[in-house]
Design a protein around this ligand. Structure first.
Ligand SMILES: [Zn+2]
Length: 197
């Protein structure tokens, strides 16, 4: 998910008051299962329309990602169409007092190894999506989703989810100095080893 395109959500009336202490372990586990199904389903849906990364884009980011990852990741550019809000959207809004993005206005969303862009691919947006693809490839979809949902349940803010914060930090680092060499996969390993997710 892309932070820069986040929009303020309108309509206070859509925010449902919810007792935040209600989020039991069993509910979190249900949410993890629901989000995993969602990621897998969307991945299958978009796969048919996806393309491999162009040589130009591979070159642009090859100092930061392994060849293996760049060979496996595929992209979809939706020209005009928008990704609808996910099925858990209203609950996520309620739990976070609105601190959850409207998917329709995000620049891109990564579904495992497929990055779906609303508009033309841009370097920083691609980088952000690739960070998520690297996180998912290293952690596996179950663990990624578990950490994502638990990060959200703890922080009640999409931006503060560590997997999202890392993607934002690294895409900022790339945007500030594209020539600097660092390995995103090493960063993902280090965050995992240090328990930062
Ligand atoms: Zn993101």
């Amino acid at each position: 998910m892309d932070l820069r395109s986040r929009v303020r959500l309108s309509g206070e009336e859509s925010r449902v008051a919810m007792d935040l202490t209600d989020l039991s372990e069993s509910r979190v586990a249900e949410m993890v299962a629901q989000v995993t199904v969602y990621f897998r389903g969307e991945r299958e849906l978009y796969f048919r329309a996806s393309d491999v990364l162009t040589p130009g884009w591979k070159t642009a980011v090859q100092a930061h990602f392994s060849g293996k990852l760049l060979e496996s990741v595929r992209t979809v550019v939706l020209k005009g169409a928008r990704i609808p809000p996910p099925p858990f959207y209203s609950e996520a809004i309620a739990l976070s007092s609105g601190n959850f993005p409207d998917f329709v206005h995000l620049a891109s969303i990564t579904y495992l190894d497929i990055i779906v862009f609303h508009d033309e691919i841009a370097a920083r947006t691609l980088f952000h999506g690739l960070v998520h693809a690297a996180q998912m490839a290293f952690l596996g979809i179950e663990r990624y989703t578990d950490l994502y949902v638990r990060g959200f349940a703890k922080s009640r803010s999409w931006i503060a989810i560590p997997l999202e914060a890392q993607a934002y930090q690294l895409d900022t680092r790339f945007a500030m100095s594209p020539a600097a060499t660092f390995s995103v996969e090493e960063e993902v390993k280090a965050w995992t080893a240090q328990g930062l997710y």
